[in-house]
Design a protein around this ligand. Structure first.
Ligand SMILES: Nc1ncnc2c1ncn2[C@@H]1O[C@H](COP(=O)(O)OP(=O)(O)OP(=O)(O)O)[C@@H](O)[C@H]1O
Ligand SMILES: [Mg+2]
Length: 458
């Protein structure tokens, strides 16, 4: 007979155990119960469990001890904790200790059912390394090995993850990989660029609205948060989230509820929250620009993506892979990278990281006449390594912007031409996301808007 997935419930309140049992049995799961830590440890040693649900307060210790014990002795068993209402500190501690999720009391059975469903799927994935499509994290350096291992580990958890790192290091890629290697991979992955949504639209874009809540709200509208139901919400540039939106986001993480604009009631929501920024969130907290409580919650697990110069040994592999990808897009054979060119790349500081490497290679591909890319085709600028992160085109635009008003003169025309090129490239690269393009260029959104108008781009 096939093994029926079994859940171990660790709680000393008989009523609660009964309620959880009934709920799980209706989901066609088997259950076992333990009233204290000692019994729980014994049962875990004797039988196979697909999930352990542990209350925080137990007669002979607390749930955190059990979480730690399971991490050590039975790491394949996902464990979730049941916390007292509003006790988020404990929930955060449990997540850091290795719990994959938490549910708060009084139990919302819908929340419980979803949590259990995710956990059971987690178990079923074991060993069956699913065929993954889409881009992968390349590079055989120790730094990339460690990053891949970390991604695999956090993919099993439901805890919020914050991804930090310089511009162009691969934060976006890391977020997608966490989603696509976890139990939510069949669910949606919803990336939201918090810096790109105008402040006045932010609340309704993120949380949706109820019909009639303001002029123009002719029907209910789902927010981005709701559209991530069952999947992952990726808040990119989370540092740009205005303070009043930070409060609402806190509720999504803490209470697992969301309230659309004009709606009276909170609605339950099941999303995993990932976030990223190239800014230093801790110092923004210090400056009062980012809520400390939210920082603490989105940052339960922190992944730092290293700058390219910190794993420069990956440059040959990355360059070759990127060249193949770029050439495929252009419909030709990938030219080889000359030895001198490769050496120059390995010496270069890459303030714009992997994205800059991509840009350099794309340009080289266009410039290169023969079968081999030479050092001249790379057009590397002499940048001090470790300089402020900015895209490669940035210096050109900045140089142009720094010049006096030269319109009419030859130089002015030339600069305009260069500026237009750089801006178009940045826009294309960011799929016409002006905020991202501006960042890539190292200029403000306003400056970009001005230039776009002035140069009559679009
Ligand atoms: N290790 C890697 N292997 C393969 N591709 C990579 C790697 N790191 C980054 N890339 C590629 O580099 C480009 C930039 O990465 P990504 O967009 O994820 O950066 P980011 O950190 O989100 O940048 P930003 O801060 O500007 O948003 C992407 O095309 C990504 O696929
Ligand atoms: Mg990004």
């Amino acid at each position: 007979m096939a093994h029926k997935p079994t859940v171990l419930i660790v709680d000393d309140e008989p009523d609660l155990v009964e309620l959880v049992k009934l709920t799980l049995e209706r989901m066609n799961l088997a259950t076992a119960a333990a009233g204290d830590l000692a019994t729980a440890r014994r049962l875990l040693g004797e039988k196979r469990f697909e999930l352990c649900l542990a209350d925080m307060r137990l007669p002979d210790g607390d749930g955190l001890d059990l979480v730690a014990w399971i991490q050590q002795h039975q790491p394949q068993v996902p464990v979730a904790v049941i916390t007292a209402h509003g006790n988020v500190e404990t929930a955060v501690r449990a997540l850091k200790a290795g719990a994959f999720d938490f549910v708060s009391k009084p139990l919302d059975l819908g929340v419980l059912r979803r949590l259990v469903a995710v956990a059971i799927r987690l178990g079923a994935d074991d060993g069956a390394e699913s065929a993954r499509v889409g881009p992968q994290l390349l590079g055989g350096s120790p730094a990339m090995d460690a990053l891949r291992a970390l991604i695999a580990r956090v993919a099993r958890s439901q805890a919020p993850v914050h991804i930090s790192g310089e511009s162009g290091t691969g934060k976006d890629l890391v977020a997608r990989l966490i989603h696509s290697s976890g139990a939510r991979r069949e669910g949606p992955f919803i990336p939201v660029n918090c810096g790109a949504i105008p402040t006045e639209l932010m609340e309704s874009e993120l949380f949706g609205y109820k019909r009639g809540s303001f002029t123009g709200a002719v029907s209910d509208k789902q927010g981005l948060v709701q559209s991530a139901e069952g999947g992952t919400l990726f808040l990119d540039e989370v540092a740009d989230l205005p303070l009043h939106m930070q409060v609402k986001l806190l509720r999504v993480i803490q209470e697992k509820t969301v309230r659309p604009v004009g709606e009276q009631r909170e609605q339950p929501i099941d999303v995993r929250v990932l976030s990223a920024t190239h800014k230093n969130l801790a110092s923004l907290v210090q400056a009062g620009k980012f809520r400390e409580d939210l920082y603490y919650r989105i940052n339960v697990i922190d992944i730092r993506v290293p700058a390219l110069r910190e794993h420069a040994s990956d440059i040959p592999e990355l360059a070759a892979a990127l060249l193949r990808r770029l050439s495929r897009r252009l419909g030709g054979e990938a030219p080889a990278l000359g030895e001198d060119a490769l050496a120059a790349l390995q010496d270069y500081g890459f303030p714009g990281n992997v994205r800059e490497l991509e840009n350099i290679l794309e340009r080289a591909l266009t410039l290169c006449a023969g079968e081999q890319i030479g050092v001249a085709d790379l057009q590397l600028r002499a940048a001090p390594s470790g300089a402020a992160a900015e895209g490669d085109a940035a210096s050109i635009v900045k140089a142009a912007a720094a010049g006096a008003d030269t319109s009419g003169s030859d130089l002015g025309d030339q600069l305009e031409h260069i500026e237009r090129d750089a801006i178009l490239k940045a826009l294309e690269q960011t799929r016409y996301n002006k905020t991202a393009a501006a960042r890539l260029l190292g200029i403000t959104f306003r400056a970009l808007r001005y230039k776009v108008k002035k140069l009559r781009i679009e």
